[in-house]
Design a protein around this ligand. Structure first.
Ligand code: ADP
Length: 357
């Protein structure tokens, strides 16, 4: 059991600064996901917490203890890697028990811990197998089992699902979430996949260039992104962006000048800013029968997903997507009128990308 506290952390490789100045707190028992594009510093941050990378400056606390100089082996933290790193010549049981034997834990206690972890992960039938006799998902569970038997203060996961196929990924994702609720141990999970972040996390850290863009619950990050980067990164298909400005009292798309109906709040914000970037998620367009109320688009491509249908279109010089009711049976070439749903639009500063409030 432990909180993790990162204070004014700086990480440089030679002259290259990966993390310029980062502070964040992971609460005891919390499941926090670091998400961001490749190269943003997620793994570096995780490896720093694990003790596998030295800190350039700043402080790291695990629980009450400052651990800057404490070697990995003495941090009492377990890390699960993408490539599992199992010992190929050892049986599953031995892969899981090995670290405990090294520590001189009594045999009966080792057996009890391995059996408990195997039961939690549903890998009891495979304890006598070698890793090569297992599927990818089973190997991933053994890697988690090896971490669980140590009863660590915290678990760190470095993209542990990326070697699994899509179906298995969804399954193991749900298992890890259930496990976190059962074990009640602090967990930090790194991924570039925003769906993993949204579905598993208590709180998400969105990173870009080694800086925290937003640190909040999945709902808050989705509903109230703090800037255009977060808005574009979280959500699939991605949020649509259109430059907008005020002409007279009307909000219009800067490219093409089509009128776009905004709710009162957004209209007031645009009035203050003069121009902005309008963000509308695909699921937040309404198809309106009233041509005067919506902006006209021509359907370029239709993707039926069953539960809903994605339509692709061009608007104000940008490619855009709307998620609409399949019952509308849209066809390529159809002309539709779309209106952003009231209360669901986002406005960002044209220069800084920060949300306008
Ligand atoms: P992410 O996990 O978000 O993909 P990383 O933390 O692996 O990103 O890397 C962040 C940046 O630091 C990248 O630009 C990467 O090239 C650089 N980097 C990572 N490890 C080293 C290293 N050992 N030496 C120099 N640069 C590194």
């Amino acid at each position: 059991m432990a909180s993790i506290s990162i204070r004014n952390l700086v990480k440089q490789y030679g002259n290259y600064t990966v993390i310029p100045d980062l502070s964040l707190e992971v609460a005891d028992h919390e499941f926090v996901v670091f998400v961001g594009p490749s190269g943003c510093g997620k793994s570096t941050l995780l490896r720093i917490i694990a003790g596998l990378e030295p800190i350039t400056s700043g402080d790291l606390f695990i629980g009450e203890a400052r651990v800057n100089g404490v070697p990995a082996a003495r941090r009492d933290i377990a890390m699960v890697f993408q490539d599992y790193a199992l010992y190929p010549h050892m049986r599953v049981y031995d892969n899981m028990s090995f670290a405990l034997e090294l520590r001189g834990v009594p045999k009966a206690e080792i057996e009890a811990r391995v059996r408990r972890a195997a039961a939690l992960l549903h890998i009891e039938p495979y304890l006598d197998r070698k890793p090569k006799e297992l599927s990818g998902g089973q190997r991933q569970r053994v890697a988690m089992g090896r971490a669980i038997v140590r009863n660590p203060k915290a678990f760190l996961f470095d993209e542990p699902l990326s070697n699994l196929d899509a179906k298995l990924r969804g399954q193991v994702r749900a298992e890890i979430k259930a496990l976190s609720q059962e074990l009640k141990t602090t967990m930090v999970f790194v991924t570039h996949d925003q769906v993993e972040a949204m579905t598993m996390a208590d709180r998400i850290v969105v990173l870009q260039s080694g800086t925290v863009q937003q640190y909040d619950t999945p709902e808050a990050v989705y509903e109230r992104p703090s800037n255009q980067f977060v808005a574009g990164f979280i959500g699939s298909p991605t949020m649509n962006f259109f430059p907008v400005e005020l002409r007279g009292e009307a909000a219009v798309l800067s490219d093409g000048g089509a009128r776009i109906a905004l709710d009162d709040k957004s209209q007031a914000r645009l009035r203050t800013a003069g121009k902005a970037v309008l963000g509308v998620r695909p699921e937040h367009f309404a198809v309106t029968p009233d041509a005067a109320d919506g902006v006209a688009i021509d359907v370029k491509l239709v993707e039926p997903l069953g539960s809903d249908t994605l339509i692709h279109f061009e608007l104000a010089g940008a490619s855009a997507i709307a998620r609409i009711d399949p019952a509308l049976r849209p066809k390529v070439g159809d002309r539709l009128h779309l209106r952003p749903q009231a209360g669901k639009t986002h406005l960002f500063d044209s220069q800084s990308g920060q949300v306008l409030t």
